[in-house]
Write a protein that binds this ligand. Structure first.
Ligand SMILES: Cc1ncc(COP(=O)(O)O)c(C=O)c1O
Ligand SMILES: N[C@@H](CCOP(=O)(O)O)C(=O)O
Length: 430
């Protein structure tokens, strides 16, 4: 598989190097040079397969020149070794695609675990690698658990201090060993900036085997394509022409993966990109001006991102496929509306959390009678225990993966958003 750097098209890499480098020169994102397209007959065959076999077929279309089908299937089986996505009917023609039944209770488990398995397959035993990752709450946990105790891999996770939920923090800041966590005085965007800046530093790149497990790493997105096909396979054939998917967006990785799935021939009628008050993209689509505001803290904290990393990939895909960007609907939802949606959903028997509730709100406003509406359930409601309990005035029972970490000590370091301090930390703490 060949990929090119969106900021320097002369830089081309194979998948192994794209996954190992994370980012290209000038902090450019890698993007596949060739996008396969399945015929309707192939699609028909694909949807009859089980999740692991189908995912292997899909991903082998991208990387069969670098890994055999048999080996890829083994790695995918290890990566996706948890409850697969499920569709839960919510009301009328609206359902939720629940992607949060993995070990860290968020959709990030698919991408993080796939990346970890692929790296462990290719990694030379004695080479050191540092996976530097920024998180607004969920990526951190997925990456930490996916790479926990992996030989010669050191994970360093930056997160905005006081701006993620207590349980999100407990899930990845209590592991220790090869997992180092740093609470940064700032926003997620400050953390993401520090990660990207590190890639510009020659000494870091040379000395610590720098990589990132954020969705800037293309392996994360490739894995996420697979659950859109699973959703399609789960939906009755009668509705296959009218599927509308509403995605709660932050860094826009999930949307990018969905759009790549569509480009492969998955007939999704339309995608809706839902954001919270951090509305850089909906404003951009409305007035054509890319003007990120200061990141605001909201109750959907994992989406508190004002400079979404994957937007250049979205634009590239629209350009390559000659799709009109105006067809992409994107709206923002306030905290008040989000709370109202959580209450309404609970009243009709569906327990949700702020991120999915945002996608539901926008879907409900835009869905047509003939559509099959799907909003993505990206995280388990219990991860946002305080918020959900306060809104619904109920008490939540925690799943064991959270309960077992509640009383463990938070092992995080604390740092100002200062690149030199981070560099010192990264060079010292090997
Ligand atoms: C629960 C949850 N929902 C939605 C998002 C947004 O996803 P993306 O960054 O892929 O747009 C995130 C974080 O990224 C998240 O953790
Ligand atoms: N919402 C994410 C932010 C990081 O996004 P990523 O997909 O680029 O890793 C989080 O939960 O950390």
């Amino acid at each position: 598989m060949k990929l090119y750097n969106l900021k320097d098209i002369n830089e081309e890499v194979n998948f192994l190097n794209a996954i190992k480098y994370g980012l290209g020169k000038k902090q450019g994102l890698f993007f596949p040079k060739y996008l396969p397209k399945f015929t309707p007959e192939t699609l028909k065959k694909l949807i009859q397969m089980d999740f692991i076999t189908r995912s292997t077929h899909i991903l082998s279309h991208f990387i069969s020149d670098e890994i055999s089908f048999v080996d890829l299937k083994k790695q995918i089986k290890k990566a996706f070794s948890f409850t697969k996505p499920i569709i839960v009917h919510v009301k009328k023609n609206i359902s939720c695609l629940e992607l949060f039944h993995g070990p860290t209770l968020a959709f990030k488990d698919f991408g993080a675990r796939f990346m970890a398995q692929m790296l462990s397959y290719w990694k030379k035993e004695n080479s050191i690698m540092t996976i530097l990752t920024a998180t607004s709450g969920d990526t951190g946990a997925a990456v930490a658990h996916a790479f926990y105790r992996m030989n010669n891999i050191r994970v360093v996770i930056l997160y905005p201090k006081g701006r993620i939920s207590t349980l999100q923090e407990k899930l990845f800041c209590t592991l220790g060993e090869n997992i180092h966590t740093i609470a940064i005085d700032g926003s997620f965007d400050d953390c993401q900036y520090l990660v990207k800046k590190s890639f510009n530093d020659k000494k870091l790149k040379k000395n610590i085997g720098l990589n990132s497990a954020n969705s800037i790493n293309i392996s994360r997105l490739l894995a996420q394509i697979c659950y859109y096909f699973e959703a399609f396979a789960l939906i009755p054939t009668d509705f296959h022409k009218n599927i509308v998917i509403s995605i709660p967006c932050g860094n826009f990785g999930n949307l990018t993966a969905g759009l790549i799935a569509k480009s492969l021939g998955l007939p999704i009628k339309s995608f809706i990109a839902a954001t919270n008050a951090n509305d850089t993209v909906p404003r951009f689509l409305k007035n054509g001006k890319w003007k990120p505001n200061k990141t605001i803290s909201t109750i959907s904290n994992a989406m508190d991102i004002s400079q979404p990393n994957n937007w250049p990939r979205v634009e590239e895909l629209f350009k390559r496929k000659k799709w009109n960007l105006k067809t992409l609907k994107s709206y923002s939802v306030s905290d008040k509306e989000t709370e109202r949606a959580i209450k309404k959903l609970y009243k009709i028997g569906y327990l949700s959390e702020p991120h999915a509730a945002i996608a539901y709100t926008i879907l409900k406003k835009n869905i047509k009678k003939e559509d099959f509406g799907l909003f993505l359930g990206t995280a388990h409601p219990s991860k946002f225990q305080d918020t959900v309990e306060k809104i619904l005035k109920i008490s939540l029972k925690l799943p064991i993966s959270l309960k077992s970490r509640v009383n463990l000590k938070n092992l995080s370091y604390h740092m100002k958003p200062d690149f030199l301090k981070l560099k010192e930390f990264l060079l010292k703490k090997i």
